[in-house]
Structure formats: C-alpha cells, structure tokens
Design a protein around this ligand. Structure first.
Ligand code: PEP
Ligand code: MN
Length: 337
C-alpha cells in the first residue's frame, strides 16, 4: 500500500483536529496528518487559517494519537512556528513554489532544521520552476525532499479543478529517480466524487504516495468544501484502491512492446527521410530567393494532416501538437546557414 497523508484542508478547531486524528489513527493505516494552518486565499477577506493556535491543536493530536504532522508554509516565520510546535513535515504550496524569492527565503529558514519537506508543483506547468524549487531546498542541506503533483491551472473546460499533466511528474521521476513524487487528488479533482478516480490514476502512474483532504463534515468546511472526503468516503477510497503490477513482465505486454519498438523505429526512419527532403527544399528556397515559411502551404498541409488523423482515429489536439513540432523542426532546419 502506498503511503497516504490525510487530513483537513484547514485546521478549524481543536475538536475537528482531534476527531480527524482519532479516525486516522484508529480506523486507517495513515501515519501522517495534514492540515492547513495559514491559508493562501485568492482574494482578501476570506478565512486565512488559525495560525499558531492551530499548531497547538496539531501538537496535541500528535501527542494523543502518535501521528506525524504536515503543514503548509509560505514565509520563513511559518517555518519557525512549525519548529516550535513539533511539526514533522512542511510543504510548499503551489503559489509559493512559483516564486523563487519566496522559496529561497523558506529554504534559508529551513537550514539545519531536520524538517521533512514536500514541494507542490507551481500553478503553471513549468517543470524547471518545480525542479528549481526542490533544488533550492536541497541546497540548504535538506535531504529526501519530496514532490507533490496537485494539478495545474490550465484548460478551464476540464472536468477537474486543476487538471493533471502526468507527463510532468513522470519527467521528474525520470530525471530525478531519487525523488519520491506524491499526488494530491483532492486539489486535482476539486469535487469529492472525482477524488478516487484520480487517486487510482496516480497509483497506476506509479506515483509514490497520496495526499488527500478529509473532513468530518465537508459541507460545513471553511475551505475547499466541494473536494474534501468524509470519513466513510475516505475509507471506501482506501478499500477500493488497486495496486497493480508495475514490473510489466507479462508475456502479452512484452510482445506488444516489441511491436511498438519496431513501429517506433519505422517512425524515426520516416521522420529522418522527411527531414532530409526538408533540408534539400531549404537549399532550393535559398537558391531561388523563396521565403522559408510559406503560410498558405502550412495552413493547407496542417488541415489535411488533421483530417487524415481524424479518419485514423487520432485525437486533434495530439495531431496539432505533433505537427507543430514537426513543422518547427522543419523551419529550424531550413533556417540554418
Ligand atoms: C492545500 O493543500 O490545501 C493547498 C492550498 O494546496 P495548493 O497549494 O495545492 O493549492
Ligand atoms: Mn485545500
């Protein structure tokens, strides 16, 4: 079973924190409880968290139920408070990760602290910004920094609040196999009924753990009430999560992979032939004073490729991205010299 960090979006009262801690400690295998103590709000005037008072409730929950405690920090002063009240793990929220000045200040406050640190992805899908934030924390001597994929502020038509872009956390795992990447299905989903779908997807994508928002009565929650799970929804989610085989050693899969490998080699050889002709055309255009980009030709070619893709059951967005990449490479080749 993957490790799960669970707890309310925000710490709202001592009673709420102790209820959740008791539930997690006695009814689930969760070892770390999360709670927002300082809440980054989009607009002023909303509930901004109980701060230091809430840290006292969390410290009490830790003593009573032996759970380790995780809290979001956004400024160096938050780190000092967390150290004072025995917090075990701090995480940087999406809005903080996006700002290298804030990350640097927090990193400096963390120096020599021994706190465990998790870094959520920034709101914009910028892999370098996310990795850069992790590196800033590592540079002050914190080891085992973890990442959390919480979805991105893109594509407003999606059914999700912050749509996932799995290729980004997967790229982090490829470049930094030493970093554990968690997933926060609650903020991705934005609705309680979609949380288990994303949690299962995260397990299928080989994410290393989950962070899930749980509240005794989500309807009355002061923040994120649409996406928090009540206790029975959370128990159901855990029960229904299926850990699948990550080794890929089945014969059928091996055979299909061999087919894919052959096709990919064919694709690469076709691309190489195509780009060779592109280069020759570049020389012809140069010799005959023709522009590199011929807009009308690009428009009709793209239209045709999209139609052809549709006939072959290929997704429009995928075809568009693929042909933009091919065209950009062709322009690059013809622009050389
Ligand atoms: C949260 O975890 O409650 C939170 C505010 O997260 P994020 O930074 O992902 O929006
Ligand atoms: Mn939240």
């Amino acid at each position: 079973m993957k490790p799960i960090i669970a707890g309310p979006c925000s710490a709202e009262s001592e009673d709420q924190i102790l209820k959740i801690a008791e539930f997690l400690a006695t009814k689930t295998s969760v070892k770390t409880m999360r709670a927002g103590v300082w809440k980054p709000r989009t607009r002023p005037g909303g509930f901004e968290g109980y701060g230091e008072k809430a840290l006292q409730w969390l410290q009490l929950a830790k003593k009573k139920y032996g759970l380790s405690i995780a809290v979001e920090v956004a400024i160096p002063e938050h780190v000092e408070h967390c150290l004072k009240y025995d917090v075990d793990t701090i995480w940087l929220g999406a809005r903080t990760t996006g700002n290298p000045f804030s990350v640097q200040e927090i990193a400096e406050a963390l120096t020599g602290s021994g706190l465990s640190v998790m870094v959520k992805n920034p709101l914009i899908p910028d892999l370098a910004l996310w990795l850069g934030a992790i590196e800033r924390i590592e540079k002050v001597g914190i080891s085992n920094v973890k990442a959390i994929h919480r979805g991105f502020g893109i594509n407003q038509n999606s059914q999700f609040r912050y749509p996932p872009m799995w290729e980004i956390p997967i790229e982090i795992k490829r470049r930094r196999p030493d970093i554990k990447v968690y997933c926060d299905p609650s903020h991705i989903a934005g609705k309680s009924e979609l949380v288990s779908l994303i949690a299962q997807k995260a397990v299928d994508m080989e994410m290393d753990g989950l962070m899930i928002e749980v509240h005794p009565s989500p309807k009355t929650a002061l923040t994120d009430h649409f996406q928090q799970l009540d206790f029975s929804e959370f128990e159901n989610l855990i029960c229904q999560l299926v850990e699948k085989d990550a080794t890929g050693q089945h014969n059928e899969i091996q055979q299909m992979r061999a087919l894919i490998d052959d096709l990919d080699e064919e694709l690469i050889s076709i691309l190489s032939k195509r780009m060779k002709i592109v280069g020759e055309m570049g020389e012809y255009k140069r010799a005959n004073q023709m522009t590199i980009l011929q807009m009308e030709r690009w428009k009709t070619a793209l239209k045709h490729r999209l139609e052809c893709g549709r006939k072959n059951n290929l997704d429009d967005d995928f075809m568009l991205a693929l042909w933009r990449a091919i065209h950009a490479e062709a322009l690059r080749i013809q622009g050389i010299k």
